[in-house]
Design a protein around this ligand. Structure first.
Ligand SMILES: Nc1nc2c(c(=O)[nH]1)N[C@H]1C(S)=C(S)[C@@H](COP(=O)(O)OP(=O)(O)OC[C@H]3O[C@@H](n4cnc5c(=O)[nH]c(N)nc54)[C@H](O)[C@@H]3O)O[C@H]1N2
Ligand SMILES: Nc1nc2c(c(=O)[nH]1)N[C@H]1C(S)=C(S)[C@@H](COP(=O)(O)OP(=O)(O)OC[C@H]3O[C@@H](n4cnc5c(=O)[nH]c(N)nc54)[C@H](O)[C@@H]3O)O[C@H]1N2
Ligand code: SF4
Ligand SMILES: [Mo]
Length: 760
């Protein structure tokens, strides 16, 4: 690596996309420093600080790998590997039809890569079967936002707006661990006693409510819908709704009032375990704060996270949260609003540019003739060659290799062997495939199953754009030189498209891809046509929708000459605050949608059953494929822990630090018992950051929300037992894993293998 001035860029991990600089060091690990920015104020979490450690990790894959006849992965040259991928794709397509080749994308990809991947699937492979891991993340909130507001953008306002809030209701989100620098935006409301957190655990975020006199509501998992109906009930029954706003800006109030009527607080208490007095207290606080906000006082926000969204009723639960915000008169006003906290680095952009099974770029619908015609024109192809809608992620992954299912899969930016629901079944499917291609820079658990692994560039080695949780478009910049041998994903797609004689253009240059993305999105809901690298590099804050010429005729970023950077550029482009005059539905009104609580599908009402919640620890990211390879992060959280209440542990004969087995209908996992009075006695928490026998997704079900296809990650009935004194945490066994392609170099994928601890 050459020595260079520090390059301004953003963190590789979550949707907060904290601003940082990366300085290439002449030798050793590049240096990271926090950079002042409205979202992170110069702060980074531990993952961000240590992100550069992955750039020259000894475990990095830096040459294509191909599986030989002996079953081992071996280095190959690029032409051989790419020819093999193209040949197999052609053969599978010829023998089984185009839909037999499937693609799995990611909310971690840049806008350019996400866009190009969707186009590659439809044009180069001709398949309808593309979906992505954002289905596991944002789909319920996106579905709820779309039907309520006509448009889904995680936060329809800049994060900094939270600073002066008088009340914030945070449902199923643990920002203290998942986005630590976010907490600066909650300082004010905490101090004012206005922070309300809903979580079955007294999470690090829930604990923040105690100092300022806020409120923590601790419902039984999966009952947030009942709780939200109860809050709506109190607001309506006591005449606290903003009727003037409802009449002027919404439809559906009366149906929602009827649906909330049966949920008086005592009934909510019986269903959720939250005391009726706390339900009333929370509703009163929110309503009083909303009334003050309408009169010009501090604003009020309702925010949701994965805790309420990753359920089989996640869309309805999120809708109930939006209904409450609408009853209080918040969305699209100066009094506050509703938002969902986007998760992955490009969880926002990743859901706009066409890697979703039913979607084309610009948030267009693949079933809409006008949308198809627009995108076909931007792609320079006949509309008829664009396939119809495919199938959503869980269904796709659970049909691998089965009759009628995909025979070949290409994975770009996901570790589905660990992160997908009922992951054991997904691994079986990966092994049934005729051919698996994984693009990654590590031999993740998924890549370890592949026939071909194509090594790609990491964040600090590539150029592109990301869209953060506020819908603000950011520049990801190349700060260091990539290792010889790795290639950019855009180059890989270009090379494969050429070998497959794909119609349309597949440039490898991110700027060229972005120029086309702008055209493809023009006039769509997520309109990027007015966004340019020049405006972003000039320091402008750019939020989509950002049409090429604003409604007021303002100059747009796209019209600026390339040398305009730093020379009197507009400092703000696009739409930082959505819905101010009108919502995105044709009539301009938001929709309140009546939702009903069915019977929860969590733990059966039988002795012994507990409800497993899964989620995150601060030190690890997602499947852990990256953070388990950062020594200091692995040392801080070396193994899966299973958090349970001391009274539950006592009843089960489990002591602190015991190895325990956790079983569900789907499988069994092993973890280390951590006793904590912070969790409900009927619930158990496990992070999903580990593979092998410690993988929480060996337990989760492929049960999905009927509207969004979001899996119910947060609500699995389980049984637990101690493993006894003989059990040990054996490390290093890779019994059923393919051979290590880097013998002697790899410290064993950072994976604590607990299989030896499972009694046969
Ligand atoms: N450290 C770290 N940070 C991350 C990530 C990571 O992997 N690690 N991933 C990023 C991504 S992609 C995402 S999506 C976000 C997710 O960010 P969050 O949504 O904050 O994360 P989770 O831990 O999945 O879930 C949040 C909380 O939901 C609670 N919960 C579980 N079940 C229920 C329920 O039924 N009702 C309610 N009300 N709460 C419930 C859990 O106890 C947990 O505290 O984080 C992002 N940031
Ligand atoms: N039980 C349970 N399961 C869950 C969740 C939960 O709360 N509980 N949360 C769900 C959520 S919200 C999410 S977002 C998913 C995340 O699930 P995944 O996306 O599968 O998890 P990651 O570990 O982020 O996997 C990303 C992989 O892509 C690689 N990678 C990173 N950047 C790039 C790139 O630019 N190109 C390519 N080709 N590869 C790249 C990384 O090295 C890593 O191997 O997990 C879901 N699974
Ligand atoms: S909060 Fe998210 S974006 Fe910020 S440093 Fe941590 S992982 Fe990176
Ligand atoms: Mo996510």
């Amino acid at each position: 690596m050459t020595g260079r001035a520090p390059t301004p860029t953003h963190c590789p991990y979550c949707a907060l996309q904290c601003a940082m600089t990366v300085a290439a060091a002449p030798e050793g690990v590049p240096e990271i420093a926090g950079r002042d920015f409205p979202t992170n104020g110069g702060a980074l979490c531990r993952k961000g600080w240590s992100a550069a450690k992955l750039l020259d990790s000894p475990e990095r894959v830096v040459r294509p790998l191909m599986r030989g006849a002996d079953g081992r992965l071996r280095p190959a040259d690029w032409d051989t590997a790419l020819d093999a991928v193209a040949d197999r794709a052609r053969a599978v397509r010829r023998d089984h039809g185009a839909d037999a080749v499937a693609v799995f994308g990611s909310g971690g990809l840049t806008n350019e890569k996400a866009y190009q991947l969707g186009k590659f699937a439809r044009l180069a492979l001709g398949t309808s079967r593309i979906d992505y891991n954002g289905r596991f993340c944002m789909s319920s909130a996106a579905a709820a936002g779309n039907r309520a507001f006509g448009l889904d953008r995680g936060l329809p306002f800049p994060l900094a707006d939270l600073a002066g809030a008088g009340a914030v209701l945070l449902l199923g989100s643990n920002v203290a661990e998942t986005m630590p620098p976010f907490l600066r935006h909650l300082e004010g409301v905490r101090g004012a006693g206005g922070l309300l957190v809903v979580d079955p655990r007294r999470s690090a975020t829930a604990r923040l409510t105690s100092d300022g006199g806020g409120l923590h509501l601790q419902p039984t998992p999966g009952t947030d819908l009942q709780l939200l109906l109860g809050l709506a009930h109190v607001v309506l029954a006591e005449g606290l709704a903003d009727e003037e706003y409802l009449a002027a800006r919404t439809t559906g109030r009366d149906a929602v009032a009827r649906s909330a009527a049966p949920w008086w607080p005592e009934r909510v208490q019986a269903a959720t375990g939250v005391p009726a007095r706390l339900v009333r207290d929370a509703a009163h606080r929110l309503a009083a704060a909303a009334r003050a906000a309408a009169a010009g006082g501090p604003r009020v926000y309702i925010l949701t996270g994965r805790g309420v969204e990753q359920h089989e009723n996640g869309t309805d639960t999120t809708t109930a949260a939006i209904n409450l915000a609408l009853l209080l008169g918040l969305p699209g006003t100066a009094a506050g609003g509703y938002g969902t906290l986007t998760g992955q680095g490009n969880g926002q952009g990743g859901r706009e540019h066409g890697q979703k099974s039913d979607q084309l770029p610009g948030y267009r619908k693949i079933t809409d003739p006008a949308d198809r015609a627009h995108v076909a024109a931007a792609w320079g192809v006949d509309e008829g060659v664009i396939p119809g809608p495919g199938v959503p992620a869980t269904e796709l992954l659970h049909s691998l290799g089965l009759p009628g299912g995909p025979r070949m899969l290409m994975v770009h930016g996901a570790n589905v062997a660990v992160s997908a629901p009922d992951a054991g079944r997904v691994v079986d499917g990966l092994r049934r495939l005729d051919f698996l291609v994984v693009c990654d820079f590590f031999l993740s658990e998924t890549a370890a199953e592949a026939d071909v692994v194509l090594p790609v560039l990491q964040w600090a080695e590539e150029e592109g754009t990301m869209t953060n949780l506020e819908g603000r478009i950011l520049r990801r910049r190349r700060a260091v030189d990539p290792p010889e041998g790795a290639r950019s994903e855009l180059w890989i797609l270009a090379e494969l498209a050429r070998r497959l004689d794909a119609p349309g253009r597949f440039p490898a240059d991110p700027r060229a891809v972005f120029a086309e993305l702008r055209e493809a999105s023009r006039g769509g809901l997520a309109d990027y046509s007015g966004v340019s690298y020049e405006a972003l590099d000039g320091g402008a804050a750019v939020y989509w929708p950002c049409p090429a010429t604003g409604p007021d005729g303002a100059p747009s970023g796209a019209d600026l000459p390339p040398d305009a950077a730093h020379a009197g550029l507009p400092s703000l482009l696009g739409t930082p605050r959505l819905f101010l005059g009108r919502f995105a539905h044709p009539d301009g009104r938001a929709r309140l949608i009546a939702v009903r609580a069915g019977s929860p599908s969590g733990a059966p009402n039988e002795p012994g059953f507990l409800t497993l919640l899964t989620g995150r620890l601060m030190e690890h990211y997602q499947s852990g494929a990256q953070t388990r390879r950062v020594p200091e992060l692995l040392a801080a959280q070396p193994e899966p822990r299973v958090e349970l209440h001391p009274s539950t542990a006592l009843a089960l004969g489990i002591a602190q630090g015991d190895l325990v087995s956790v079983s569900s209908l789907r499988g069994r996992a092993v973890g280390r018992a951590t006793l904590s009075a912070d969790i409900r006695a009927d619930s158990v928490f496990m992070p999903f950051h580990f593979g092998g026998s410690g993988s929480a997704n060996l337990l989760t079900r492929a049960l999905t929300d009927p509207i969004s296809s979001m899996p119910a990650f947060k609500n699995t009935p389980i049984l637990m037992a101690p493993l006894g004194p003989g059990a040990s945490m054996a490390a290093g066994s890779t019994a059923d894993r393919p051979a290590d392609p880097f013998p002697g170099r790899s410290p064993g994928h950072g994976l604590p293998d607990l299989s030896a601890a499972v009694p046969r």
